[in-house]
Design a protein around this ligand. Structure first.
Ligand code: PMV
Length: 359
């Protein structure tokens, strides 16, 4: 396995043209099937993970840049946002070993999300991947490197990982995998890879309906959650389980085995929340409605034998996952049985998407 990626530190003096211009990217969020939970070192994952890239939930980011003194100004949905700005400035400072030239560039960033803030969809994956795609575009446009698309995406994913772990999976279409696994060719802890061609096509058009059990801000952040894994008594068993689940899931997805897919995906979701409950201090992010929804989904599957399952992010909302072929039946079920357990009846419709795009 590649243990370290050495990217040449790019100084302003290395640029082939004046570093000034404007660039825009759209980058999606993703939903993990095997969860990344626990990290070490410089944003390295304690276990490998894989996710569906989403289509509708995305960030659009426009970046204006010119020579200056490393200043970052950020507008979110049209308004200056100093806390997001500070987070980006801190990240840019943290990658000065890769992009020292950014210390002499001023950035004006305009960012907006396609999904409402209150939807409980993690926005860091889409925002941070959009940011890193913009930065890699500056490199491509002014330093004459990253001209090969594969290299471009690899470096964008590498930097996205440094910005927000799971963001590294978002740059790829359909299915992104991150973290070394002996059974997955080319897998590495350093960046994500595109594994969409390694699975049955049924997964390329999977649907994702997000049931908002609660739109409130979560009480424990993901970064605090990762940290609590350091002393979780089940950590080692969990990392083993994730490795086995990833190999088994990739095999099930290759053969189109939906029963095995469902078993693993739901086990991963509930394990993630079990790890929160067994942290010290322990915490619970599911709400009463999350459990009601889970029970209803399982009862529906038992009765109809339709391949509908759920996963959960680090929050209370259920992500329903199902093949496009059963969309009609699932939509009737959502409207008649599930919507009433969502906050203000809120449901967000999404599906597997094509990854990031230059605007
Ligand atoms: O990338 P982070 O630090 O926001 O962590 C994401 C963790 C989960 O969303 C719960 C799982 C995952 O693999 O995306």
């Amino acid at each position: 396995m590649e243990k370290k990626l050495e990217y040449k530190a790019l100084e302003l003096a290395d640029a082939k043209s004046a570093v000034a211009g404007e660039i825009s990217w759209q980058s999606p969020s993703n939903i993990a099937l095997v969860k990344y939970w626990g990290k070490y070192g410089r944003q390295l994952p304690s276990n490998p993970s894989v996710s569906f890239t989403l289509k509708n939930a995305h960030t659009k980011m426009r970046m204006k840049y010119k020579e200056g003194s490393g200043q970052v100004i950020l507008f979110f949905e049209g308004e200056r946002n100093t806390s997001f700005e500070a987070r980006i400035a801190k990240f840019i400072d943290s990658i000065k070993d890769v992009y020292p030239f950014l210390q002499a560039i001023d950035l004006e960033i305009h960012s907006s999300n396609s999904f409402p803030h209150s939807a409980g969809i993690a926005s860091s994956a889409s925002a941070m991947s959009a940011l890193c795609l913009c930065l890699c575009s500056i490199e491509r446009n002014h330093f004459a490197s990253l001209t090969e698309q594969a290299d471009f995406l690899k470096k964008s994913s590498y930097l996205s990982r440094l910005a927000s772990g799971s963001a590294c999976r978002s740059v790829y279409p359909k299915l992104g995998q991150w973290g070394y696994h002996e059974a997955i060719v080319s897998s590495t802890d350093l960046y994500a890879i595109d594994v969409s061609e390694r699975v049955d096509r049924i997964f390329h058009s999977f649907k994702n309906s997000i049931l908002i059990a609660s739109a409130k801000e979560k009480s424990v952040s993901s970064s605090a959650g990762h940290q609590l894994m350091e002393n979780n008594p089940f950590a080692e068993v969990r990392f083993k389980q994730a490795n086995k689940n990833l190999a088994d899931l990739m095999q099930a997805m290759k053969t189109g085995d939906l029963n095995e897919f469902i078993r693993i995906v739901e086990e991963e979701a509930l394990t993630l929340h079990a790890l929160m409950m067994t942290s010290n201090p322990s915490y619970i992010l599911m709400k009463a409605n999350s459990l009601v929804l889970i029970e209803k989904v399982r009862a529906f599957r038992g009765q109809t034998k339709l391949p509908l399952c759920f996963t959960l992010d680090a929050g209370p909302n259920l992500h329903l996952l199902y093949p496009a072929s059963i969309q009609e039946e699932v939509q009737v079920f959502i409207q008649s049985e599930l919507k009433q357990h969502c906050e203000n009846g809120m449901i967000i419709e999404d599906e597997v998407g094509e990854g990031a795009s230059l605007l």
